[in-house]
Design a protein around this ligand. Structure first.
Ligand code: NAI
Length: 212
């Protein structure tokens, strides 16, 4: 089934399925029923069946799901069978933390370059990469053809940088800047991350359960 035909809400759940199925695989599971998977994930079996029915006949009545097969299929839908070259803008606190702790290769990306505008940070090693001056981005992009970028720069710099990056061939942004990336280019994908929103949701959950 084509990606376009899968609803956004199902796509949002796929990384979690992928992660759980990976854990099951690591623990020696060959197959699992929707009921058992639902119990482990805190979902309902019918939700899981509906979600998985979106992309094929993975379950068999009385057999359940083949863990490796299903994980592989979800991985393909998520594009994890590819390694998209990605660059990072901003080697400050957040950028360094992401570059050091995210397992890019298992998430469909290959972090190939890190750039910062602060000369004090240029030359610094982060893992296997050396921070480059932001002025080198254009030539780096024409040589290495990255198509995705992480934005860990101040919000004020984001708009200008985004337009440049698009002209250098970037088509996907993992955006931490709080700049609302209203990019009109229709081929550009954006994933905005606001950790504060997640914390606010925790506040809601805490306070709504207080009232029960
Ligand atoms: P930071 O000040 O430690 O790092 C920002 C880095 O960007 C600096 O090293 C600076 O030299 C560099 N920079 C500035 N303009 C640049 C440009 N045009 N090109 C390349 N590098 C440039 O800040 P921190 O704490 O790492 O935060 C980075 C951004 O992420 C900020 O916009 C912050 O508000 C945001 N943030 C977002 C979070 C979220 O959940 N979305 C959580 C934490 C921070």
């Amino acid at each position: 089934m084509s990606k376009n035909a899968i609803s956004n809400s199902v796509i949002r759940r796929l990384p979690r399925y992928y992660r759980f199925l990976g854990d099951l695989e690591a623990n020696g599971y060959v197959r699992i029923s929707s009921r058992e998977l639902a119990e482990k994930m805190g979902l309902t079996a019918s939700q899981i069946r509906q979600d998985f029915n979106c992309f094929g006949e993975f379950g068999q009545q009385g057999y359940g799901y083949n863990v490796t097969g299903l994980r592989g299929e979800i991985g393909k839908i998520l594009g994890l069978d590819k390694q998209t070259p990605m660059i990072l803008l901003g080697a400050g606190n957040l950028g360094r933390a992401l570059a050091s702790h995210i397992d890019f290769r298992n998430r469909g990306f290959d972090l190939v370059g890190i750039f910062d505008a602060n000369p004090d940070l240029v030359g610094m090693k982060i893992g296997e990469l050396t921070v480059m001056d932001v002025s080198a981005i254009e030539s780096f992009c024409s040589e290495n053809k990255p198509t995705a970028a992480i934005l860990c720069i101040p919000r004020e710099s984001a708009e200008k940088e985004v337009e440049k990056l698009i002209s250098y061939g970037i088509r996907a942004f993992w955006n931490f800047t709080h700049y609302d990336l209203r990019v009109t280019h229709k081929d550009v994908a954006v994933e905005n991350v606001h950790l504060g929103d997640s914390l606010t949701t925790l506040s809601y959950c805490l306070n709504s359960s207080d009232e029960k």
